[in-house]
Design a protein around this ligand. Structure first.
Ligand SMILES: Cc1cc2nc3c(=O)[nH]c(=O)nc-3n(C[C@H](O)[C@H](O)[C@H](O)COP(=O)(O)OP(=O)(O)OC[C@H]3O[C@@H](n4cnc5c(N)ncnc54)[C@H](O)[C@@H]3O)c2cc1C
Length: 461
């Protein structure tokens, strides 16, 4: 039996540790914080436990479903209410077009796209279907650059930016297309059109909803991994920040932390940003999430579907997104009803954009300021008069890790680290592999398969 050390007890580290442990390795997991899970964690309001961080996984590939099946969690997979989310623009609120990927429309002439873009901008977007393809393999562009070129800047502003900002905490002009969606660029080159690429990717994705979760929330995945790891004999060391790899007694090491720590641990330094590009900070500016429990019969009809993504150009709302948690997940609505009775709702508002300037609400704001802003935003976000008297409970949670930004600069930095590491590996020293959102891109659909590959790489040595 070999001894392996895994640094970082987020989903990447736990997934890699699980692969190693089930193959018979003696695994030590070192986590700096006082709990496992990283950006996946539970929070409780009035006795109902929901996710405080990541709450779902993308189904565009079977990677997460396969992992859940291997863990015996297949039966607990749940799909969201098919109502879908809405978009808030400066001049209107409208349901998100149904044929898109990352907001990029598969059919620029669809009625729900024209409703948001207007006929003129929709016609500009449709030019993508005819225009010659000028992008190539040689480029490593940002998502916003490609969409603006193929379909026009209005598509970026009104359809793409609300999603990249609300979901990835990234500016579309700074988010590498490869990080936002690993297949989108290549499929566009093959199809000769961005819209046709979107349609092809949607057709190739497994049938059903674009995201899924687990009954009880994604935090169920962490508690399951923890108990299976303990059963395999893995040792879990909480409150143990690793500063030096040389301090570890191990034949193999997997580093599953975020950018800054990775550079420090493996002795590399961030690549200098090319002139004119924002340097990668190795850490996101962070987000603050305010979850509200309200008694509000007026929300029973789910006025904004499963939630709302707010375009960065909207000035009258301070939140960048709202998830109507109890409208999105049936198990949450049931738990609320059983615990508290009818017409109770959970809503989660997120604050903090990558493009924020000083004075904006976000990661560093005080709890009270965030709560006040969340309550003040509710009427505009739901289209209904919901007020402070209806508030029964609330929590404020802040996140700075798990959202590495995914800029082209960050992606090439991560790639360079992996190349350096593979050049450095010698047959004699301990095998070192790196994984996590900083390498794989934000989101469980990218992080989980990457972590499994990292573990296989270590096992194959
Ligand atoms: C608010 C929020 C909502 C999200 N929602 C979704 C969603 O709905 N769907 C989705 O797919 N993705 C979502 N994501 C993204 C997803 O959660 C992340 O991409 C993923 O969880 C990252 O996992 P990770 O293990 O790479 O990193 P992390 O979760 O950041 O874990 C890294 C761990 O390493 C530990 N660590 C760091 N340095 C050291 C050290 N030196 N020694 C020991 N331990 C160390 C940290 O304490 C941390 O626990 C969300 C992210 C956030 C923040």
């Amino acid at each position: 039996m070999n001894r392996a050390a895994v640094i970082g007890g987020g989903i990447a580290g736990l997934t890699a540790a699980w692969e190693l442990a089930r193959s018979g390795q003696q695994v030590d997991i070192y986590e700096a914080g006082d709990r496992l899970g990283g950006a996946i964690s539970p929070v409780s309001l009035a006795g109902v436990q929901v996710d405080a961080g990541a709450e779902a996984f993308a189904t565009r590939t079977p990677a997460v479903r396969d992992f859940l099946r291997d863990l015996g969690l297949d039966e607990q997979v749940v799909s969201p209410n098919p109502l879908g989310a809405w978009l808030q623009l400066p001049d209107q609120a409208a349901p998100m077009p149904s044929t898109g990927v990352l907001g990029v429309p598969g059919n620029p002439s669809a009625d729900d796209v024209i409703a948001i873009l207007g006929a003129e901008e929709a016609a500009r977007a449709a030019q993508d279907l005819e225009a010659p393809m000028t992008w190539s393999q040689a480029h490593n562009p940002a998502l916003g650059e490609v969409v603006a070129d193929r379909m026009g800047p209005a598509v970026v502003e009104r359809l793409v930016a609300p999603i990249t900002s609300g979901v990835h905490s990234a500016d579309p002009y700074d988010l590498a297309i490869s990080s936002a969606h690993p297949q989108l660029y290549q499929t566009m080159l093959t199809q000769g059109s961005l819209a046709r690429a979107v349609t092809a990717l949607r057709a190739a994705a497994p049938a059903g909803s674009a995201v899924q979760s687990l009954h009880g929330g994604m935090n169920t995945l962490i508690s399951t991994l923890e108990s299976q790891l303990r059963r395999f004999g893995a040792s879990i060391h909480l409150n143990t920040e690793i500063h030096e790899l040389s301090s570890l007694q191990a034949d193999a090491v997997i580093v599953a932390t975020e950018g800054r720590q990775i550079h420090r641990l493996i002795g590399t330094s961030p690549k200098a940003a090319p002139a004119g590009q924002r340097p990668d900070q190795g850490q996101s500016a962070g987000v603050a999430l305010v979850t509200l429990l309200v008694h509000a019969p007026q929300l029973d009809a789910c006025p904004r579907g499963t939630g709302m993504l707010v375009a960065p150009t909207v000035s009258h709302i301070r939140a960048k997104a709202m998830t109507h948690i109890s409208a999105k997940w049936e198990w949450v609505a049931r738990a609320l009803e059983n615990q508290l009775g009818p017409s109770h709702h959970l809503l989660r508002l997120s604050f903090g954009r990558i493009t924020d300037t000083d004075g904006s609400l976000g990661f560093t704001s005080a709890d009270n300021a965030l709560l006040n802003a969340a309550i003040a935003d509710l009427p505009a976000l739901t289209g209904l008069a919901v007020n402070r008297e209806q508030l029964l409970d609330h929590t404020v949670v802040r996140w700075q890790t798990g959202l590495p930004g995914g800029s082209t600069q960050q992606r090439s930095d991560a790639q360079q680290v992996r190349e350096l590491l593979s050049a450095r590996q010698s047959a004699a020293g301990p095998g070192i592999a790196v994984t996590g959102a900083w390498f794989a891109g934000t989101g469980l659909a990218q992080v989980i398969p990457d972590a499994r590959r990292a573990a296989q790489q270590v096992l194959s040595r």
